[in-house]
Design a protein around this ligand. Structure first.
Ligand SMILES: NC(=O)c1ccc[n+]([C@@H]2O[C@H](COP(=O)([O-])OP(=O)(O)OC[C@H]3O[C@@H](n4cnc5c(N)ncnc54)[C@H](OP(=O)(O)O)[C@@H]3O)[C@@H](O)[C@H]2O)c1
Length: 264
């Protein structure tokens, strides 16, 4: 198994990508600590992961709060003896689809501050342990907005590009002590729409463009080389691989899971 004896903390562990990753990490032998905002979603993700045979603990932790995340991560390290994998899949609704003239400064900054804050907070908390043990991998999740252009992407573009820059810089800082940092950039996943904040957000974006959601999604598909969007399980499988020792030479990378909507 890819992650046998690995200890993984997933912030946003009850969310769409978080829960999908929890299931695959569990199948691959990891011991899991799922943290997030809503207990019922965490419990649902934990029960699926337990069905794969994993030891899973859940905790309600605000991933924006440095003191709370530090405390939780310290408890995980005490309980498990180490932290091998940290995955931040925190996500929240924000404004997309509007031109600059109709975007308030507050709406622009909301994703920029929020995503950069939570990823700083969780990376800072786990890096204290990973530096001490001289190993570990920190995984972040950005969006194609980091490289796309067009109307309505300002906040999303700034947060995604910022998070990719953050991940690259952190990889440079932590590489010398044996800690890897990898950012994964999936395209929109249509099988996440029912559970993800993206369902509502993309719905509003489509409505702002005056088209139904399925037509808007078809437009995204049309921009990919593969003629399809990625699905949650593919992203989860990639996260498990990149978290594993088989990917031990991958750091400072931005993994392009856009189905060819973007080429490097
Ligand atoms: N879905 C996509 O198509 C897609 C594509 C590319 C990139 N991404 C990125 O992937 C990440 C996760 O997206 P997702 O689709 O999995 O979102 P999701 O299904 O809405 O899950 C996000 C999770 O984050 C939790 N959360 C929000 N604020 C939190 C906080 N302050 N503290 C702790 N947990 C918090 C939410 O808690 P609640 O359960 O209480 O809501 C939810 O469980 C985001 O960074 C997003 O930009 C998503």
């Amino acid at each position: 198994m890819l992650l046998e004896n690995k200890v993984a903390v997933i912030h946003g562990g009850g969310g769409s990508i978080g829960a999908a990753a929890a299931r695959v990490f569990a199948r691959e032998g990891a011991r899991l600590f799922l943290a997030g905002r809503s207990l019922p979603r965490l419990e649902a993700a934990a029960s699926v992961a337990r069905a794969e045979g994993a030891d899973v603990s859940v905790a309600v932790v605000d991933a924006m709060d440095q003191a709370a995340v530090d405390r939780h991560v310290d408890e995980v390290a005490d309980a498990a003896g180490r932290i091998d994998i940290s995955l931040n899949t925190v996500g929240f609704d924000h404004v997309q689809g509007l031109p600059i003239a109709e975007t308030s400064l507050e709406d622009y900054l909301h994703p920029v501050v929020g995503y950069l804050q939570t990823n700083f907070v969780t990376a800072k908390a786990v890096s204290r342990h990973m530096i001490a043990q001289r190993s570990g991998v920190i995984l972040t999740v950005s969006t194609p907005g980091a490289r796309l252009t067009g109307r309505g992407l300002l906040g999303n573009a700034a947060q995604s590009a910022g998070l990719e820059g953050f991940s690259r810089a952190l990889a440079g800082e932590l590489g010398p002590v044996g800690v890897r940092v990898v950012c994964v950039r999936p395209h929109a996943m249509s099988d996440a729409l029912a559970t993800s904040y993206t369902g509502e957000m993309f719905g509003r974006t489509a409505a702002a463009g005056g088209i139904p959601m399925d037509e808007w999604l078809a437009g995204l598909v049309g921009m990919t080389l593969l003629g399809r969007l990625p699905v949650l399980d593919e992203v989860a499988e990639y996260l498990a691989f990149v978290a594993s020792d088989r990917a031990r030479s991958i750091t400072g990378a931005i993994a392009n899971l856009s189905a060819g909507a973007l080429v490097d």
